[in-house]
Ligand binder design. Structure first.
Ligand SMILES: Cc1ncc(COP(=O)(O)O)c(C=O)c1O
Length: 389
């Protein structure tokens, strides 16, 4: 029976990418494949201490027994998040709890844009965006990160990409997949552009705990940008993606913040999508998770160090934050990724998956610590002389 479907539903799918077709074939044949794409720390034994989490959830279930929703999210949770930001001063009434950063993006798009309006996001980009943008009916336009400058933001380019339909600039720092961390000067420049063009900034800080330098984490909310949405959540921070706790902190010009909060409250109230038990658990997840977080950060740093040791002598921008790295290669990237999968059973992505050109490999260094040097040694061989691997 013929029936009308939205463009989104009607145009789903398409042919399976050849790399994933090969992945499926090898998996079906029973081969074990090392996935250097997902970056899921849980799979490597990094989990929030289960006995502590159990106690926290038991207590949270008790607190949530009588349903009294708050459309911004439970106050206790928002106060704990406000405390996390410390001197940045994002008060609880300027925080909205969401079921994750992806949903926070969708809320921001719905708040700021009409169908066809543009969101200016970094290139290399993160593939999830395209889907969120399509679902929200907005267009993604791109600004450049410059590989030869540690993937720094090209501020002139940002400004040149702004049109009369641009509604916000998306900042991802630490950036997935380049590992770029924007410094204060870059953030200042971005804030000035946002002011000149009356644009909001959506700042994705999900990798903000994972930094590999001595510096404190520079945040765009500390600048004079007119309106900033600071996005984060428990997914990466406490390795709790299944808890579905995210948030956005809204800062900037008082009237713009007020307007944003009342609209966001209504959007959120329409769905009330965040599990109440998870919300009541937020303060204790912060309070009792600090030792775990310290160990987890150390573990991520060790993974990075081991991966970089195996890649010594190879020219690429070392990641300054996050879980990912991006390496330029001389050979065809698709052939190299295929060869790694076929011969070494290692899955990495070709750069074009992230709008990087030409010829890069993208991967996470989140991996089994014992086998990480061997896996990255294979990658090093492939990058140095791809046809031999
Ligand atoms: C840069 C970036 N932002 C957001 C997300 C999604 O976060 P959440 O799990 O909170 O939806 C991811 C997930 O990998 C990510 O890499």
């Amino acid at each position: 029976m013929a029936m009308f479907f939205s463009d989104f539903a009607a145009n789903l799918g398409g042919p399976t990418n050849p790399l994933y077709a090969l992945h499926e074939q090898l998996s079906t044949q029973g081969h074990n494949i090392v996935d250097l794409v997902r970056g899921n720390v849980n799979e490597h034994g990094i989990v929030y201490p289960p006995e502590i989490l159990q106690e926290i959830l038991m207590r949270a279930a008790d607190l949530a027994r009588v349903y009294r929703p708050d459309s911004l999210g439970q106050l206790a949770a928002r106060e704990a998040i406000a405390q996390y930001y410390g001197t940045l001063r994002i008060p609880a009434e300027q925080i909205l709890i969401t079921p994750g950063t992806s949903v926070s993006y969708w809320y921001c798009f719905k708040l700021l844009a009409e169908p066809g309006d543009e969101m200016l996001c970094p290139q290399p980009s993160y593939p999830l965006f395209d889907y969120i943008a399509r679902l929200a009916g907005v267009e993604m336009t791109h600004y450049r990160l410059v590989e030869s400058r540690q993937w720094a933001i090209d501020l002139n380019y940002v400004e040149n990409q702004i049109t009369s339909r641009t509604r916000a600039i998306i900042l991802i720092s630490p950036h997935n997949p380049t590992g770029m961390v924007a410094d204060e000067q870059q953030l200042q420049g971005l804030a000035e552009i946002a002011t000149r063009h009356s644009l909001a900034i959506i700042s994705d800080e999900v990798f903000g705990e994972f930094l590999f330098g001595p510096d404190a984490f520079p945040r765009i909310a500390a600048t004079d940008a007119p309106l900033v949405f600071t996005l984060n959540g428990f997914s990466k921070m406490f390795a709790l993606p299944g808890m579905k706790i995210g948030w956005m902190g809204v800062t900037g010009d008082t009237a713009l913040v007020k307007k944003s909060m009342s609209a966001l409250e209504l959007i959120s109230d329409t769905f009330l999508p965040v599990n109440e038990m998870a919300q009541f658990a937020v303060p204790e997840v912060f309070n009792r998770g600090q030792n775990f977080l310290a160990r987890y950060k150390e573990w991520v740093t060790e993974c990075r160090t081991a991966a970089l040791a195996s890649l010594e002598g190879i020219a690429f921008a070392r990641p300054r934050g996050g879980f990912y790295l991006t390496i330029p290669i001389s050979d065809d990237e698709e052939r190299a990724a295929r060869s790694l999968l076929e011969k070494s059973r290692i899955l990495v992505h070709p750069g074009y998956f992230y709008d990087i050109s030409p010829n890069h490999l993208v991967m996470t260094f989140i991996d089994e610590p014992d086998s990480l040097p061997a896996h990255f040694a294979e990658i090093a061989v492939c990058v140095r002389s791809p046809l031999l691997s």
